[in-house]
Design a protein around this ligand. Sequence first.
Ligand code: GTP
Length: 606
Amino acid sequence: FTCDLIRNFSIIAHIDHGKSTLADRLLELTGTIKKKEVGKNEQVLDKLKVERERGITVKAQTASMIHSFGGRKHILNLIDTPGHVDFAWEVSRSLAACQGALLLVDASQGVQAQTISVFHIAQERGLKIIPVLNKIDLPAAQPERIAAQMQSTFGTNPEDIIRISAKTGRGVEDVLQAIVERIPPPSGTTTSPLKAFLFDSMYDRYRGVISLVAIQDGILKKGDRVASCHTKKKYEITDIGILNPEEVPVTSLHPGQVGYIACNMKESSEAHIGDTLHRAGASVDPMPGFKPAKAMVYAGIFPIDTSDFPKLEESIKRLALTDRSVTIQRESSTALGQGCRLGFLGTLHMDVFRQRLEDEHDANIIITAPTVPYKIVYKDKEVYVSNPTEFPDSVDVSSKVKEVQEPVVKASIIVPEEYFGDMMDLCFSHRAEELEHKYLDAGTGTESRIMLNCIIPLSEIVTDFFDQLKSRSSGFASFDYEEAGYKPSNLAKMVFLLNGKPVDALALIVHRSHEDAIGKLWVKKLVKVIPRQMYEVPIQAAVGKKIIARETLSAYRADVTAGLYGGHVERKMKVLERQKEGKARMKRMGTVDMPQEAFFEIMSSK
Ligand code: GTP
């Protein structure tokens, strides 16, 4: 296969607009996979259990297909991309190996917040964009209107838009044709020195790290010796092939081809995403990589049973091998013992990681409230703090701290006009600034939608923002954000005292304008989950020396602990089981018993 017979593309879309369904249809139509029986709706590319359960793509998967067009066989490499705001980094990573992208839009829902953000990522990378309207089989589909919307939002020529139903397969042939006709083939020659772009990696228990590469120039064969531009380390290619979608070994990969390699890399960190591999001994200019994933949300993860820590740490490390964007550090807490502080791309990412730990590694864990990385500006230095325990106790003129800054994001919300007021309220109550809005379907009549942009602190959107956005807009609002630097902010550390003693694992960083509300809410939650003692226990929230809120846990009387725990039934059962096994431990906090289960309960309640 020479370059002109190869096309590398991605499907980009807002969540649920039908990316995985279209990918399956393409694989079927090209005979890469067998057509599934009617009623079976398990998507081929969504491999992880979490992905199937939640219906979202978390980790990008890739597949090559062979398709005859104009009497010639072509290789079409589909580089799958994840579909959630948290994973924008993975999207841009996948697109780096493509020359084109299918921009998929649901014909009943129209352009959504992520449609816009993925469009921009693809455009910035100079990709050929093929606009596709999906779900035209739905009675609620309005292809004409949405086509007009795409024209006004992206400048798309309505004649270029392909209308399909990924579900029934209608129009999908046209998509295949457009991929071949409209997307430029990769450039590259067999005679230039080898350059292979490393854009993804996974971990295999037996073979170590498996990397996905796109060959820019030269030919890569089994047994070849290569070196990394980034680490300068040398490797021998022990295994090479394409994903079809399962691994199929080949003898060599040519320019423009996408495939997998194994080369005795032991550590995932050796496979540097964005790296260029070249022939050992020769030297080449690296291809432009891209900035590494940045953790936006941090949380501590502790075992419910403190003696489980070694096992938990092992599980976390194993899981992180398959998810390169997680950062790990050890942390220890007086209240919770030994644990790990992990950095995630966002809260969904955190949730997915937690669920995978529980599902795939059978871990019983407590995860602390998420914290964003704050910047503490001292007179002579700046320090980033992502753990409330490291936050300075007092931030005032007398202290060494000059100012505290918090990360902010540029958020965009797309919502039908009727919910505009509710969205404005939501933004204001979450400290949004610089609000501006514009109509998306200008001049198209009644059912207008609005795009609202604002600058909002990241900490405000990592808690309940997304849930509220959905409930206050009856599910119609879509949301996306990108980093927008740091801003000075009036923040403070809030600590919780049991019987006058602070509990480190419960500390929070709060905006001063919210301190009363948060303090009251948390002491109320605490008084519900902490078992009563033989004597009265004050539960207090404090900022600096000031007590913000207080509840009193009255003294123990017979059988009052029954039914104290509510919420998540399955996890609760797990907790109860462990209690039965007698493994649960009481943590002595000063003079008050705060069981791990109470931490679990408080951290998992909203
Ligand atoms: P992520 O992987 O989370 O990004 O979602 P996705 O974009 O891959 O969406 P997916 O393919 O999982 O489809 C979302 C839902 O829309 C599923 O319930 C599909 O069955 C449905 N769907 C996809 N395409 C069509 C279509 O053409 N018509 C109809 N009626 N439903 C469709």
